[in-house]
Design a protein around this ligand. Sequence first.
Ligand SMILES: *[C@@H]1O[C@H](CO)[C@@H](O)[C@H](O)[C@H]1NC(C)=O
Ligand SMILES: *[C@@H]1O[C@H](CO)[C@@H](O)[C@H](O)[C@H]1NC(C)=O
Ligand SMILES: *[C@@H]1O[C@H](CO)[C@@H](O)[C@H](O)[C@H]1NC(C)=O
Ligand SMILES: *[C@@H]1O[C@H](CO)[C@@H](O)[C@H](O)[C@H]1NC(C)=O
Ligand SMILES: *[C@@H]1O[C@H](CO)[C@@H](O)[C@H](O)[C@H]1NC(C)=O
Length: 220
Amino acid sequence: MEVLWTAVALAVICYNAGEAHAYQNYTVGGASGWFFDAQKNASVTDYTKWASSQTFGLGDYLIFNTNGNHSVIQTYNMTTYKNCNFDDAEDSDTFVWTAVDPLKPNTRVRVSVPLTIKGANYFFSSAMDGIECVNGLKFEVKVGAGQGLPSSLMHPPPPPYLEPSPAPADDSAANIPRDATAPPGIDNNNSGSEITNSAVLSAFLLQFFFSLALLLPNLY
Ligand SMILES: *[C@@H]1O[C@H](CO)[C@@H](O)[C@H](O)[C@H]1NC(C)=O
Ligand SMILES: *[C@@H]1O[C@H](CO)[C@@H](O)[C@H](O)[C@H]1NC(C)=O
Ligand SMILES: *[C@@H]1O[C@H](CO)[C@@H](O)[C@H](O)[C@H]1NC(C)=O
Ligand SMILES: *[C@@H]1O[C@H](CO)[C@@H](O)[C@H](O)[C@H]1NC(C)=O
Ligand SMILES: *[C@@H]1O[C@H](CO)[C@@H](O)[C@H](O)[C@H]1NC(C)=O
């Protein structure tokens, strides 16, 4: 019996070790959702504070629960964010996930935004000519490498295997602004994610069969 519990405990530990690195879905603002109180002329919660209490990685999702009165704009351009206005923004660095719909202010909207680019990601609502953003309906997240992008978020699909190029890899590419033609996610690397997952799985399976081997003599 003791062996059985040891096996179960080890299996649970292995399982949790894997879970700790799983991709996360973060509900923006928690139960408050993504809203603005027009009476108070303020966002319903402190989104900057909310964001600073979390750790974000590639492949995680931000879930915005809102309605037709608010928009969700994502940008990688700090100027666009600071201006609370994306009229002059480039299509390549700014995305409208949901726009204000004046005809359906009461319609509930749920938007899932995958984090596909490392570094600073900015989010704001452009509603009320930017006043919502100016008065708090905005936040910034620093996206870390996490366990890399899952293949489901690499679009278009990765190109076929090519012979390694003799030219040395240029690491500085990760720090300069994104190529204007690259869709989100394409300039992020997924190396590591497969390794992490299979390593965790192998460790789990190894532990499982090892525990089983210990267990069998007890049962028969
Ligand atoms: C996270 O959100 C995405 C997009 O809505 C969904 O496909 C995925 O199943 C969610 N994952 C979890 C763990 O809830
Ligand atoms: C709300 O705040 C904005 C910016 O701080 C200000 O320009 C505007 O007059 C305020 N509106 C109301 C109704 O108080
Ligand atoms: C950021 O956006 C502003 C306009 O909102 C634009 O003038 C500027 O060139 C952009 N910066 C970059 C690095 O794309
Ligand atoms: C939507 O915004 C308008 C003013 O812009 C306000 O009168 C109305 O109550 C809001 N509706 C909802 C459901 O937030
Ligand atoms: C992604 O990884 C490949 C090798 O797998 C490398 O050549 C490339 O420079 C990396 N790109 C970035 C942006 O790190």
